[in-house]
Each structure stands twice: as C-alpha cells, then as structure tokens.
Design a protein around this ligand. Structure first.
Ligand SMILES: NC(=O)c1ccc[n+]([C@@H]2O[C@H](COP(=O)([O-])OP(=O)(O)OC[C@H]3O[C@@H](n4cnc5c(N)ncnc54)[C@H](OP(=O)(O)O)[C@@H]3O)[C@@H](O)[C@H]2O)c1
Length: 305
C-alpha cells in the first residue's frame, strides 16, 4: 500500500516521503480500515511514540497521522461492535503505524460509526481536536453552565472546538489568538477576544477555567486569572504554573467511542462547525504537510479521492 513514512526525527516534516509499505494485518480486537481521509497534528513528529514502541525500541520507518475516517475491510480475532463495510472515524494509537496510509490496523474501541451524511473529510477533522476539547472541558475541567472559560488559540484546531463546546454547555467564553483571528474566534461563539500580541491578558478579569494550548509565559500569566476553585487545563505538557487556589491538569487525549458519537452528532445538527483549513490529495500530501504560510485549522489529506 501507499503510505507516508518518516525515518529521521531531526528532519521533521521535511523528512516525510511517500513510500510502499506492507498492508497491515488485524490483531486481536482490531479492525483494518481502508482510509478515505486522514488528519495530522503538526507536533507529532516530536513525540517519542512516533519513533519507538512501548518498550522504547526503534519502530521506524513509521507512518504518522492519528486521525482517520474510512471503511472497515477486515476484523481481527474476537473483534466485536463493528462490521466489514461500516463507515467509521476515530483516533489511532500513538505507538502504532498511523493514518497517512491506504490502510490502518486499529483497535475497534478507538473508532465510532461515521453517519452516512457526514463526509470522510469532516470525520477525519474531528477526533483529535474534538476529543481533546471535550475531555479538557468536561472530564478534566469539570465545566458547568454559567462558568467562564478563557480559550487560548481559539482560531486553531483545538481552540475552535473548545470555544464552541464550552459555549454550547452554557459557559461565557473569552477566546484568544493573533489580531487577525478576532472575527474567526467571535464567529466560533466567543463573547470576547483577547489579541495576545497587543491586549493586556490581565484586563479580562477572573475566569473559572483556562484551556491552554500555548504554554510558556501565556500559561503562567493565565494561571493568575483563575478564580478560587477553578482550573488550568493544559495540553502542551506538564503545567508550568498553578492557580493559587485551584487545579492544574495536563493530559493527552484518549480515544472514546461515546464522546466521538456526541461530537459527530453536534456536527450533524449544526451545533458544532469543523475548522478545516486545507484539504489535499494523497500525492500532494508531503507538500501540504510542509506549508510555507501560516496554518489555519486542520489539514486533511484525502487518501482516496
Ligand atoms: N495533549 C493533547 O492531547 C493534545 C491534543 C491536541 C493538540 N495538542 C497540542 O496542542 C497545541 C495546539 O494544537 P492545535 O492543533 O490546536 O494547533 P493550531 O491549530 O496551530 O492552533 C493553535 C493556535 O494558537 C495560536 N497561538 C499559538 N501561540 C500563540 C501565541 N504566542 N500568541 C497568539 N496565538 C498563538 C496559533 O496561532 P499561530 O498559528 O499564528 O501561532 C493557532 O491559532 C499543539 O502544541 C499540539 O501539539 C495536544
């Protein structure tokens, strides 16, 4: 099968190559999915799991990409819950070959059914950003209606989902980003916008939850804005700051079938908009994953036209 492979961490995305790889075989509780569309998180080539297995052995050449939408073509030994021919979408294991390929072998529990009226491109744009926002807000941040949320990077892939899901849950959302992102962020449902390059973050007052996708100084200053009993939720590594009277939580997103279904249902009924910046075909994928300009939202690769 055709797949994008990486062999050298130092090369970054410039080291991606379209190559031929053996088709994956399903293990216990796996399915094989013929991939129609794939998503890629720009930082994944810096993660150890892209380069080693769980015993820290070299697993290159590895296939990156962890979001997918496609059709089940085979079931592994003992696999239940999905069937051959079913449309699915989901989040692939960090330590296994990923989704920038014609086929992937993946545990069935990492997938949810993709309704027939949702395009594969849309399905592939939801798993990482949607699940990260959902888990950060509701599981880790324990957001409740009436609370206020500072959503950093709110024009980005994760931040746009955070903004929309928090607003739908009845929160007051302040989105942050670059000056040029103001209208985009307000369009996703934020009530206020903070231009991180020109506005004083501290002017927004106190909030119940900060959803951090940036880290560093912005995270540290944001921790000081959290009300007693509130939370700093970050997805860019261990928290470097802690609210004086609240929780600091960092986490890595996990696959969850029920949450994927909640997310896709919101897309179907118009409560949630995707944030797809660039859609490229498989042959042009290496160029699309090495953009020269600023990235906007998700980059999706159409593996099958
Ligand atoms: N832990 C997890 O499970 C998990 C899951 C998903 C993503 N992540 C991580 O979360 C981060 C965000 O991911 P993403 O896919 O949402 O990225 P993204 O689509 O690039 O969104 C990030 C947004 O934040 C903005 N931004 C970043 N630094 C800024 C700054 N100093 N001032 C103003 N705006 C700034 C970016 O603008 P510019 O493009 O102009 O910088 C962009 O609009 C990445 O580091 C990713 O690896 C972690």
């Amino acid at each position: 099968m055709k797949a994008i492979v990486v062999t050298e961490q130092a090369a970054g995305t410039a080291g991606m190559k379209l190559a031929n790889r053996p088709e994956p075989q399903p293990s216990i509780n796996d399915v094989v999915v013929r991939i129609h569309a794939s998503g890629f998180v720009p930082t994944e080539l810096t993660w150890p799991s892209t380069w080693t297995d769980r015993l820290e052995r070299d697993r290159t050449p590895s296939i990156p990409g962890h979001e997918l939408a496609g059709v089940v073509t085979a079931l592994g030994y003992g696999t239940t819950g999905l069937s051959v021919g079913q449309r699915v979408f989901g989040l692939a294991d960090w330590y296994r070959d990923g989704t920038l390929a014609e086929y992937v072998a993946i545990e069935a529990r990492n997938l949810a059914p993709l309704p027939g009226d949702v395009d594969f491109t849309v399905g592939a744009s939801l798993p990482v950003s949607g699940l990260t926002a959902w888990q950060g807000l509701f599981q880790h941040g324990r957001l409740r209606a009436g609370q206020s949320v500072l959503a950093h990077g709110a024009a980005g892939a994760v931040g746009s989902m955070v903004t929309q899901l928090a607003r739908e849950a009845g929160a007051y959302v302040i989105g942050s980003g670059r000056a040029a992102d103001r209208q985009t962020v307000l369009g996703f449902g934020a009530k206020e916008f903070v231009d991180l390059d020109n506005d004083a973050l501290e002017d927004i007052g106190k909030v119940d939850l900060v959803f951090d996708v940036i880290g560093g100084d912005i995270q540290k200053r944001s921790a000081g804005l959290i009300r007693a009993g509130g939370a700093l939720v970050t997805i860019v590594g261990p928290a470097e700051a802690r609210p004086s009277d609240g929780l600091a939580i960092d986490f890595v997103v996990e696959a969850d079938r029920a949450q994927l279904s909640e997310i896709v249902q919101r897309v179907r009924d118009g409560r949630l908009r995707t944030n797809i910046g660039n859609v490229s075909n498989f042959n042009d994928a290496v160029a699309a994953l090495n953009p020269t300009g600023r990235r906007k939202g998700n980059t999706i690769i159409r593996i099958r036209p």
